[in-house]
Design a binder for this molecule. Structure first.
Ligand SMILES: [Zn+2]
Length: 185
């Protein structure tokens, strides 16, 4: 129900992360953020705020009043974000995958000391995963489509939820070079 649906910007207008509407309203009420654009879709909060005679429309984008420092490399490893980053396709054979067929391959295998990190994990089909086993890609004669990197902010959005994507977000969420962080409270 309370999915992330509000884009939070830093005071310098750089995108930080997607947050829930509850968290966005809390930041607004505490005066820690300002509304940049509004969400036009109905919200569970509409009725509540009408009833307390202080109607709040849910924002689509808000901006912090004070800049917070973010470390771009702190985003916690999460499978779904990895699947989004690799566009749900096997990084060896390009096959399209879903929740039932997706697996994760450690490029440097765990048995050789490979860690579960953004730069060592890629989306892989079951078949390629079996063939690669505990070898390096070159040892298994397999080639990665691209080098794995930290995810960008856009990968934190549920891409199956395209209808909820706000056009104005594209102004702030540059599909290139933006990293996310999960430490803002
Ligand atoms: Zn494959």
């Amino acid at each position: 129900m309370y999915m992330p649906r509000v884009l939070l910007l830093n005071a310098d207008w750089s995108p930080l992360q997607f947050i829930s509407d509850i968290r966005a309203l809390r930041l607004l009420m505490k005066g820690r953020a300002e509304v940049i654009t509004l969400d036009e879709t109905p919200s569970v909060w509409d009725e509540y705020y009408t009833s307390v005679s202080c109607r709040y429309q849910i924002p689509a984008t808000i901006r912090l009043q004070l800049r917070v420092n973010v470390n771009p490399s702190v985003s916690r490893f999460r499978k779904r974000i990895l699947y989004n980053r690799d566009d749900w396709s096997c990084q060896y054979c390009d096959k399209k995958l879903n929740w039932n067929t997706v697996t994760i391959d450690h490029v440097l295998p765990k048995s050789k000391g490979g860690k579960t990190t953004w730069r060592n994990c890629v989306v892989c089909c079951k078949c390629c995963n079996r063939i690669k086993g505990s070898k390096l890609p070159q040892e298994a004669n397999m080639k990665l489509k691209k080098q794995p990197t930290e995810p960008r902010l856009i990968h934190f959005w549920n891409l199956n939820d395209k209808h909820n994507w706000h056009n104005d977000w594209t102004t702030f969420v540059n599909p290139r070079g933006i990293y996310s962080c999960s430490t803002i409270e």
